[in-house]
Design a protein around this ligand. Structure first.
Ligand SMILES: [Zn+2]
Length: 406
């Protein structure tokens, strides 16, 4: 009513009616609906599952890699490589076989077999009386005088000399000491060679000299025939004993070749240096021995003996010797291959000692068996192999025995 009064009524009516305005607004629901629906947006994103699927599938990648098994197979197989190497067995076979080398050496069994059989040899020789050293070496020849001592006969010195047989074996013998002996004339004692266990041998045999048991102290001089161990291995101990225990030097006689090598080649390595409690001393041959060289073929005086040497057919320069006391002579072959000329050189000695053993450089027993009886009657065989069997045609040296030359 008021509006009519004011005259406003038509103006209000002129206003756009509210309801229509409200209605004219874009309806909310339709706006919401007009928004792009979220679900469709999510759906519009590239679906994750498809992306994963779009990645290159791992399994195919692994499969695409070159498969390991094929790679191993593609490598050159090891077994074929080993097979391709020169096989070891053929290489060993290609080497010069050792058995043939041993066979190339002069075989010992054949050497034994090469000896004339004992029964035929015995039958071929004229029958002999039972032999012993006492009935073999008679008159001016040799006689056995076991445990002989120096003759002190008031009628004067005996015109003879003794052989003290201190060893009769070869290099490998377990039954005997290596061949060595001592020559005893009046009050002089000359040793010939000095193998292993030298003092043991002297002790075992208990030889006497000037009323005393022979030991390295009682030896006046020593002859070294050659530098094989079975002739010289005991020298180191003997020289050391003389220097450090009993005092004094040894007089050594040997060949020019052995004399040149004796110190540097054998003794210096052990005797050349000595600890004195505070420091080390360098020693020389002069600290142990006086060396005297026996020239080949030239008579050399040693005490009451005169010695003449001859080089034998052996592995090393080796001295065969004629040893004389002025009245009687001992001939010693030392180590040697069978040598008729050497036997002839020794032949007129009153007594002969000759070696035997197997192999080149030594004399087979059958060669000695074949010598004239005149020679065999005054021959004593030394340097005996282990296990040898004595035969009636020859006399074999016995270690520990004393033999007299004269
Ligand atoms: Zn030898």
């Amino acid at each position: 009513m008021e509006a009519d009064h004011l005259g406003l009524e038509p103006a209000l009516e002129a206003l756009p009616p509210k309801p229509p305005a409200l209605e004219a607004l874009p309806p909310k629901p339709p706006a919401l609906e007009a928004l792009p629906p979220k679900p469709p947006a999510l759906e519009a994103l590239p679906p994750k599952p498809p992306a994963l699927e779009a990645l290159p599938p791992k399994p195919p990648a692994l499969e695409a890699l070159p498969p390991k098994p094929p790679a191993l197979e593609a490598l050159p197989p090891k077994p074929p490589a080993l097979e391709a190497l020169p096989p070891k067995p053929p290489a060993l076979e290609a080497l010069p076989p050792k058995p043939p080398a041993l066979e190339a050496l002069p075989p010992q069994p054949p050497a034994l077999e090469a000896l004339p059989p004992k029964p035929p040899a015995l039958e071929a020789l004229p029958p002999r009386r039972p032999r012993s050293l006492s009935n073999l070496w008679t008159g001016a020849a040799i006689r056995e005088t076991k445990r002989a001592s120096c003759d002190t006969s008031p009628t004067g010195p005996p015109m003879s000399f003794q052989i003290l047989m201190n060893g009769v074996g070869n290099a490998f013998s377990r039954e005997h000491y290596g061949t060595n002996f001592l020559l005893q004339k009046d009050d002089f004692l000359l040793a010939v060679d000095c193998p292993d266990s030298y003092r043991n041998a002297l002790q075992d045999h208990a030889f006497e000299h000037k009323g005393e048991e022979v030991d390295v102290d009682t030896i006046d001089a020593i002859v070294i025939t050659h530098l094989h161990g079975d002739h010289v291995n005991g020298l180191e101990m003997t020289l050391a004993y003389r220097r450090y225990v009993s005092g004094g030097k040894m007089k050594i006689y040997t060949s020019p070749e052995a004399g040149e090598r004796l110190w540097d080649g054998r003794l210096a390595v052990s005797l050349g240096r000595s600890y004195n409690g505070e420091t080390y001393d360098d020693l020389t041959p002069d600290d142990y021995y006086d060396l005297d060289i026996i020239e080949w073929g030239e008579p050399h005086k040693i005490g009451p003996f005169e010695i003449t040497t001859r080089c034998t057919t052996h592995h090393l320069p080796t001295m065969a010797m004629r040893i004389s006391d002025g009245e009687h002579t001992l001939g010693y072959s030392c180590d040697t291959a069978y040598d008729p000329e050497l036997i002839e050189w020794l032949g007129d000695a009153d007594f002969i000692m000759h070696e035997t053993s197997f192999g080149p450089g030594h004399t087979p027993l059958d060669k000695l068996m074949g010598l004239p009886e005149e020679l065999r009657q005054k021959m004593l065989v030394v340097h005996l192999p282990e296990g040898f069997q004595p035969i009636d045609e020859l006399d074999f040296a016995q270690q520990g025995q004393t033999y007299t030359v004269g």
